[in-house]
Write a protein that binds this ligand. Structure first.
Ligand code: SF4
Ligand code: SF4
Length: 182
């Protein structure tokens, strides 16, 4: 649906029920195999986009999916206390960032981010959910109505408009074509 300033989009959620997580790490294995090149050619959980934080003494297992890359360390961090134990400030953070090795490709060092196993054709469920036989991970799709932003000119548009005004469209197009080949 697209009408008057509103549109719908599909939001994909993976719900995590930590009380059902057994710490088996099948989700990590499935994720790393799916993202191996070629697909399913290897398993290396260091390449997984999901990481299970384990505290076997307290029987606490928390799967964390990799989020956005953070270019700099955070100024402020969250400290969690669960069942009386204080966890390190970065323990449950989903970001790949310069201060730790989590969610980085072990060979290239490139950040890893969950892509919800986007594939062609699409999977019915993400691989980690499929692999979780304990029901700790469940997948849901829902429709959400969002406001469409009024069209704004970005920096690039403003710059191009200025150049076109000054030099004319043809000269700008010719220059872009020439520069893009260099
Ligand atoms: S597969 Fe499920 S039960 Fe096993 S570690 Fe992952 S989330 Fe937990
Ligand atoms: S949704 Fe896919 S990419 Fe994301 S953590 Fe699960 S298996 Fe990995």
């Amino acid at each position: 649906m697209d009408n008057e300033g509103k549109k719908t989009r599909i939001v994909k959620d993976i719900k995590v029920d930590t009380t059902k997580c057994a710490g088996c790490r099948a989700c990590e294995i499935a994720c790393s195999a799916f993202h191996a090149i070629p697909k399913f050619s290897s398993v290396n959980t260091a390449r997984s986009r999901i990481m299970v934080v384990m505290d076997e003494v307290r029987d606490i297992f928390v799967p964390i999916r990799a989020g956005d890359y953070a270019q700099a360390e955070c100024n402020g961090r969250n400290v969690y206390v669960i069942d009386g134990k204080e966890y390190d400030e970065c323990t449950f953070c989903p970001a790949s960032c310069p201060s730790r090795d989590a969610f980085k490709d072990p060979d290239s060092g490139f950040p890893l981010k969950c892509d919800m196993c986007e594939d062609v054709p699409p999977l019915k469920k993400p691989m980690c959910v499929e692999a979780c036989t304990f029901g700790a991970l469940t997948y849901e799709e829902r429709e959400e109505v969002v406001e469409t932003e009024p069209q704004k000119f970005g920096e690039m548009e403003i710059g191009l408009k200025t150049l076109i005004k000054k030099y004319g469209l043809k000269k700008v197009m010719d220059t872009i074509a020439r520069v893009s080949k260099e």
